[in-house]
Design a protein around this ligand. Sequence first.
Ligand code: GLU
Length: 452
Amino acid sequence: MEQYNVEQTIQDFVAKIEARNPNEPEFLQAVKEVAVTVIPFILSKKEYNGMKLLERMAEPERVIIFRVPWVDDKGEIQVNRGFRIQMNSAIGPYKGGLRFHPTVNLSVLKFLAFEQVFKNSLTTLPMGGGKGGADFDPNGKSDMEIMRFCQAFMTELCKHIGPETDVPAGDIGVGAREIGYLFGQYKKIRNEFTGVLTGKGLAYGGSLIRPEATGFGVVYFAEQMLKTIGQDLKGKVATVSGFGNVAWGVVKKLDQLGAKVVTISGPDGYIYDKDGISGEKIDYLLEFRASGNNRAEDYAKKFPSAEFHAGKRPWEVKCDIAFPCATQNELHLEDAKKLVDNGVICVTEAANMPSTLDAINHFLSNKILFSPGKASNAGGVATSGLEMTQNSIRLNWSSEEVDAKLKEIMVGIHKACRDYGKEEDGYVNYVKGANIAGFVKVAEAMLAQGVV
Ligand code: GLU
């Protein structure tokens, strides 16, 4: 296939998706990144030609949007909007988290659901892709308000999910506490004790290592990337953004493996801790998150070795390895340029789509080891898959067993990305590798199942 035809096919595809999904910038960004790498592959495979596989994958199987009315502590009625995007069920029940954040809208959840399809396929476990949530802001809400909101949300969601249909989990704003309330309401309404959610507490069917899994998996993936250039994590200076569950797991594992983490960040700015974030400082991250406080500045007040940089992102700090762990589009072209100019060798995405498209292109053209979130943060949902297995066989595995399986899965994802992403000069384009490797399994299943 001539280069011209490949470019034209990509452009035509993107134009169609744009026309069909106006005002959905995040969704378009996620689809474009995949289209650029996967369409040349599709065109090179006779059996995929004309099957509209990517067109079908870019259209959710089902979108559910619902009202979530609830009563706050003052007795006032509040109304939020709830969503569940059931994106693709070709390889298993829909699977993916719930996000409670004021920025939640259809575009954000469709991008997350689209990414989830590829990510879940990469894990090799039988999980389709979905995502959901609400434009509810948990910040400043009392525990009872959170509970009432979760109950109101699940009162509708329970009609659309189930252990063989759709298995939600946590994401930003949804942690163990919220999953507990959601599970309780599902069980009460449906009168079923099933593995309908993952990220559950250990007392009622949760898996060991699930809280740490996303962050640990990210670091296992970074280790694999560094190994390809004969390096490891020992003594490396790391920058991390965010302060939530993913950042916590990343910092904890980096510290265990001998790297020195010097930053974390919140919506107010970042902190630079020249002595490194380890020991009681890692425990403080947990305390800090549980308190519902999101001011990174408070870390600097507590630990005098740290400086606070108001309104700035950590990417200006010189480092060897970088881990964006906060949220989508938190790392822009100018940040990528600073990281590269300062000598970064490896950027491992831990959040979902934290880098903009031009930032990604800058890393790739400078031949930096760069992995997209859908590959490197797949350890979270992979361990959710392991939680589903434990629920199905009604057994609990030890931390060591779960951690070993998680590591094996991350090593496998790295290998799949290498196999499909290796370029002529030996450089591994992990974006291309992840997109194609994730695509193939879903595409094969869709082809086998006919036009449904
Ligand atoms: N929200 C996480 C993710 O982005 C986890 C999803 C899950 O465990 O189902 O992959």
